[in-house]
Write a protein of this length. Structure first.
Length: 330
């Protein structure tokens, strides 16, 4: 059995690799090659956190199954621990044996940011110059790199509701921004962050909308990443009504889990009929994406296990090529 640590993964698997792995996963999902039960969410007795189990089988040329064990414990931040720790087990489709154990926090950060990267590449205007990032937690650095990988942004505005977090994030990620020729700017308010922004990514645990739809300019693309439960939402319902094209990573999962859609639908303020399609359908040319420079596009993701299995398989394949990881005799 192969074990891959965070250090192992980051030594050979890039953000571009993650984006391409996600694109492959979206296509396989749309082609019906994946079996993906909805995520199992178990809340602890004290309600201090959630333990989640995400299984999937992906057929076709992959023939792999896997399960990601991922948790969300907000109190971990004060303990110096990952807020969203995860582990992924990869299972061979021929033997049923677990062939690899992968440090899943890093895998999750890469594959989740890869979703935003793929959506931004597919849906935002190619000449986008200004980005905005809401949230500076564990997902923040990868989400920033995903935006910079697919668009030549000159400026990315960073907003976090907690004092000092945005400034600290800018210091820690200055080198990454400079690598791509971008500057990071602290936004003091949500309005300051999104005004005239070409691309916006939200990756927070907020239960209420982060900004006003009135401040979104024509032609903007928005990635809604953070909220993944029916009681939380980052995106205002007015944005969903204002948007010209709305896409999701997995329609079944989003409509079952994303409060961004579930809450306004219950209030009669939004209909799922307005969803243009899944990213896999867009990649396969089954639906059209952006149709003009002025259209506002939105992508909502809650994540699904096909992404984890495909990314894990790609990581393991690359690890074998470069001789990375540790073999465990079981």
């Amino acid at each position: 059995m192969l074990f891959l640590s965070r250090k192992d993964i980051l030594s050979f698997f890039s953000m571009r690799d993650a984006i391409e792995a996600d694109k492959k996963a979206f296509v396989l999902h749309t082609q019906g090659k994946a079996k993906v039960p909805l995520r199992i969410n178990l809340e602890t007795e004290t309600k201090a956190g959630q333990c989640m189990f995400m299984p999937a089988y992906v057929g076709g040329s992959l023939n792999m199954a896997g399960v990601k064990i991922v948790s969300c414990f907000l109190g971990n931040a004060a303990k110096g621990l990952p807020v969203i720790p995860a582990t992924v087990a990869l299972i061979d489709g021929d033997t049923g044996l677990v062939t690899a154990i992968i440090e899943g926090t890093t895998l999750t950060q890469l594959r989740t940011a890869g979703i935003s990267g793929a959506a931004t590449e597919l849906l935002s205007n190619p000449d986008s110059k200004i980005g905005a990032l809401f949230g500076t937690g564990g997902q923040g650095p990868a989400q920033l790199e995903a935006l910079l990988t697919v668009r030549r942004l000159e400026e990315v505005r960073i907003f976090d509701v907690l004092p000092g977090r945005a400034a600290d994030f800018i210091v820690k990620n200055k080198a990454v921004a400079e690598k791509y020729g971008a500057r990071l700017v602290e936004a003091k308010t949500p309005k300051e962050a999104v005004t005239d922004a070409d691309v916006i990514t939200t990756v927070t645990t907020s239960a209420t909308p982060l900004f006003s739809a009135d401040d979104i300019k024509p032609g903007c693309h928005i990635n809604g990443v953070g909220s993944y439960t029916p009681d939380k939402r980052e995106l205002p319902f007015e944005l969903l009504r204002k948007a010209d094209r709305i896409f999701v990573d997995n329609k079944e999962a989003v409509l079952a889990e994303a409060g961004d859609f579930i809450i306004p639908m219950k209030e009669g303020l939004f209909s799922s009929d307005k969803i243009a399609g899944e990213l896999g359908e867009l990649l396969l040319g089954k639906v059209s994406g952006r149709r003009s420079k002025e259209e506002i596009t939105v992508m909502k993701t809650v994540g699904f296990a096909t992404l984890d299995v495909v990314a894990a398989a790609q990581i393991v394949s690359r690890a074998k090529e470069v001789g990375a990881g540790t073999i465990i005799d079981v």
